[in-house]
Design a binder for this molecule. Sequence first.
Ligand code: ADP
Ligand code: MG
Length: 628
Amino acid sequence: MSAFFKLLARNRLALGGLIVMGLVVALALITPLLPLADPDATDTANRFLPPLSDGYLLGTDGLGRDLLSRLLWGTRLSLAVGFAAALFAAVAGAAVGIIAGFYGGRTDNIIMRGVDMLMAFPYILLALAIVAALGPGLVNALIAVSVVNIPFFARNIRGITVGLAHKEFVDAAKLAGMSNPRIILSEILPNVVPVIVIAMSTTIGWMILETAGLSFLGLGSQPPQADLGSMLGEARSALITNPHTSVIPGIMILIIVMSINLLGDGVRDALDPRLKSGALSRPMAATRVERKERPAPETSTDAILSLDDLHTQFHVKDRIYKAVSGVSLSVKPGECLGVIGESGSGKSVTALSIMGLVASPPGIITAGAARLEGRDMLSARFGELRRLRGRRVAYIFQDPLATLHPLYKVGDQLIEAISCHRAISKSEGRKKAIELLKSVRIPNPEERIDIYPHEMSGGMRQRVGIAMALANDPDVIIADEPTTALDVTVQAQILSLLSDLRRERGLAIIFITHDFGVVAQLCDRVAVMYAGRIVEEGPTMEILRAPAHPYTSRLIACVPELGEGKRKLEAIPGLPPSVDNLPAGCAFADRCLKAQDSCTKGEIGLEGSGSRAVRCLFPEPGFAEETA
Ligand code: ADP
Ligand code: MG
């Protein structure tokens, strides 16, 4: 709640609206306590007195009534009616919307067609018709304004509810045996309340205006009772001769409606989590690169892809998340490099940085180089980067359902992946797509090419994802946890498929995972990441046999093995540190059983001999013996 007010306060206009609105409401609340003249007492001797007259601060109207008093009482009435109408419309509209959205089917149809019918009439015309039927009067004006605003709320809330009604947590509530009314109250309602509040805060001003409009036409408050609309209406005939009588209530209406609308927009922005996180700001085409120093020249020569001291950060408001700090990696053609680490250790950000796919803002690459055959990708122009994306370096992502477009057939999506990079005729594209599906071992590809992603199983979709990555015969494939969403048997098939492809085509693969079992099956070498850095690197078999970093050995201890008897699986207690506030020295120290005081003082380098390297002052005994 305090976060909400902080956000609201940061928005100057909304804060201004809040203050003005607060003053007006406070004034309306204390009106009965103020020493004001009777707003309805006429005094024909003092007609049309100008403002600042003796005893009449704002002057008098055509019947000699005190304008200040009428203004304050009128404001009070207009606010009350406006708020009441908004509340009524919101409650009724939300109820209608939730019922229609939640029950769906025929209920939804009948209710929403009724709502459509209401919406078919112009706003004010409908309100006029309702007042005409009920007879003039403030209560009837209130009813009319509420009713014409119900459709707005109903449609809004129904849309949200339809989306929620099929969510897993609602299914879970049904499975738990909850009744529908209870699900609506405990599961749906809390999720739509923010939307109701937003809709209300942006429409109250409008409703006050509509009520004033009806009163202006003489259909709302009846004489002698004053509200802002009727004051305007009565002053209409004296607009030229005594303008103050209409200007005063006019200014009040302007102040109220403007401050409410400014406040309403602020409330909407502060409550909408997407606006809060800046997700609606469009990311740039490629990650922003702001390197202070030119990267060191390339050292290894036989690598097809190499990362050199890569630093990628996220600058969110005043915090800096160092997601990747100084990662160096390389893969040769035909080689598979595993990158392993707990969730949040910076694996994905490393992989995405290579082709400039980290969203900017907030992502910035602050140092280092990513080289494809010696050419630095981070200094490449966007056009070049785009030619290489998918053509030379292809990605396979974790969730195949999210990567495939739900509305296009898989075949068309494969053909699109090809035609991005070279012109291809329709029949040729189809042939190639079938070939691709065949190469990822999808049975009867001639038929499968014409189905939609939702008609496939998870494993099948992931194969399509792989086929798409293979579409342009890339040299490097970066697979970011491609098997995490799959069950073990499918995972095994996908791994053997990747392994075959690597052998057949000489692909270089960077395989990201959090599972040492997967690394053991597929990768020649492995790099272990922790808190944005590589803590250990070396050939997979050697690392599995004699891990050097305590973190690696504990990761390996987490993997169950068949036929090992009842070994206790060791979880690693604690959580990785937050990357916006990394401790000095070893980031793993506070979870490490062997940590000493020296571990938390100063930088610890990645030291190694031969093919192995470790970032630890006290490597595991097995490793120490081997290198000694
Ligand atoms: P993983 O190893 O699980 O793939 P990621 O590379 O996705 O981890 O994330 C690494 C770190 O970067 C995380 O700790 C996360 O907090 C941070 N991070 C990722 N994306 C953003 C973002 N858009 N804004 C701020 N921090 C981010
Ligand atoms: Mg990831």
